[in-house]
Design a protein around this ligand. Sequence first.
Ligand code: SF4
Ligand code: SF4
Length: 398
Amino acid sequence: MADNQEYNVKQLLEMGACTNCQACTDVCPAVSSSANGELSAVYRMKGLQTLLKQRTGLLGRLFGKKPLTQEELKHFSDTVFRCTLCGNCQEVCPVGIHLKDLWLSLRHDMVQSKSYPKKINMIRDNLAEDRNVFAEDNEERAEWVEDMRDPPDDNYIKDQSDVVYFTGCTAAYFPLAQKIPMALAEILDRSSVDFTLLGEEEWCCGFPMLGAGLGEMFQEFMTHNLEAVREKGAKELVFSCPSCYQMWREHYPQEFKLSHSTGFLLNLLKKGRIPIQKLPLTVTYHDPCDLGRGSRIFEEPREIIRSIPGVQFVELPKSKENCQCCGGGGNLEMVDAELSAEISKSKIQEVLNTGAQAVVTSCQQCVRTMTTYVRRNKVDLQVMDITQLVQKALRPGD
Ligand code: SF4
Ligand code: SF4
């Protein structure tokens, strides 16, 4: 059984500040797509407070209450993992409770308390054995390069380079998402940017571990990835995955310059290094949770979209810090695929209401989740990453 040391003093103080205003419930995609109030932040806060008090014996002494049974704990734990970790609750909380951090601590607590969805065991085993979350052969991490139109002889694996492109597990292995690193690699080539991949030396960034309550695995992965980047002599890392980017910003030592592809590409566009031409297309933009609310990158992707001649841009009604999650975050798809798809459905409906021909985002997981929904339901809508939008606008090469 875990103890209350899962939570730091700040978190314990913050919990006591909750006013029960329900603002977090009103914006929660898990609640609105399931019509189940037990998935709300405020329900979880109350459950957590009860759990903590019982552990200290305080509640028992004052009210004579019995500890939660294993079944009650399991019921509570189910609500903890049916959350996309989108951070919308934290964004609106008027007393500033760091709810997303609290959900991560709570997941770790549930794993330590041996009350968690069995899928978490699969995530742990995959990471321990294969160094990626999907049980794929890690030696094949950069095989997508071979599917490019014109792959270079070195397959973008160089001994030394100033820039490392850290692709992330989803883009490395899912055919739908592999188009993103292919697009970014082509743009970097056309802009004469020298870069390298880490190939099989790239291990999971650690984000799925924290989301699954498996934080104790992280140190080994971080140490390995840091060493792999150092060996390339790199000064900068570029990410097309917002979760990898956030992980490196918040949990790795700050040794390298870290750039998300949006900032990196905007910089190249401003210097006139990306050869683009007119692209007639009406698009809207979906802010990925970890890039927008998580990393406060809102303007760069919009500047890129506006700088492509011919592209018409329409905002979603809920955008920037208020953007609604696509349903793909927090390992939700692995734990409750149905709820994840329901959240996607409401996202796609919001997109369709704008009349846009395409929804652009800056995240491989968002592309995967929204494309899966659109294909399964035969919706006439293009889904693409910002790198794919820029790739579409590239002038034909020599
Ligand atoms: S992180 Fe998102 S899905 Fe989870 S409780 Fe908060 S608003 Fe709901
Ligand atoms: S928004 Fe904040 S203060 Fe209001 S109920 Fe939710 S956690 Fe409590």
